[in-house]
Ligand binder design. Sequence first.
Ligand SMILES: O=C(O)CCC(=O)C(=O)O
Length: 285
Amino acid sequence: MQGRQNINALRVRTEMAAQGFSFPHRVLSKRHASRLLTGLRASRTAAASTGDLGAMFGVMKPHLLFEWADELAHADPILNLAEAALGPKLILWSMDVFARGPAAATPDDMTIAPRGFEWHQDSTYSCLSPASRVVRIWVALTKTRPENGTLRYLPGSHLLGDLTHALAEHGADKSRGERVQIEIDEGKAVAVVLEPGECTMHDLRTVHESNINRTDRERIAVALTFASADVRPRRPDSALVVRGDAADCHFMLEERLRTDDGAARMSSYLRAIQTRLSALDFTGT
Ligand SMILES: O=C(O)CCC(=O)C(=O)O
């Protein structure tokens, strides 16, 4: 596994400043990625049988509920990468599972946007300020390729500021979703090719998209959004301190997952989800 000393912080900062993304970075061994994937699939099966919880799973913050996700949230190589971009005080604002099933399969209810996302900026919905002090680390638990609907970035687009988004037409190949209102030069798009256990990191303002999975195997990545501890939410919101202290933190502090008390775990999870739903802004800019 990659340790703190192996991250080339200068390379990371240079790429983030110039392109708005940096990849590939190995943050888990293949074996570790496979163990977490097994945990994710088991928790997905368990959550599916619990009604509301099943519907929520994968949408927000599985690290407050499941051990595999708590382990991912605290994996040193991931935190080291976030620290290279943001400095030593880090909060984890969100974790989202993006499982994209094969095109031929019936979309799974728990899969977010099964046919992919339109070109968008994450900063539009997150309501975090300044967005330049927030990064998203997208960890591949399976291979990611253009053919299985991996992310594609528009290099340098983090420098365009907050772009207007509008609901795109329903396309045969895309889920209904918001799309940035700029001309996209497809020839400049960069596809994120990763092996299991590798990740990419992007600036919250970097314009990106993902596509339908045309292979016969599921593609799974988990996105973790880290912010420097001095970032402010636009509305009251909560987050988990994952490195350094909480002295400058403007968020309500979440509790790390408790393995000893299932009821306490569920109530702190539900509190965090309700807080987040009131803090988000899906109206676009
Ligand atoms: O995994 C995907 O398909 C899309 C993920 C995404 O847009 C993101 O992590 O910001």
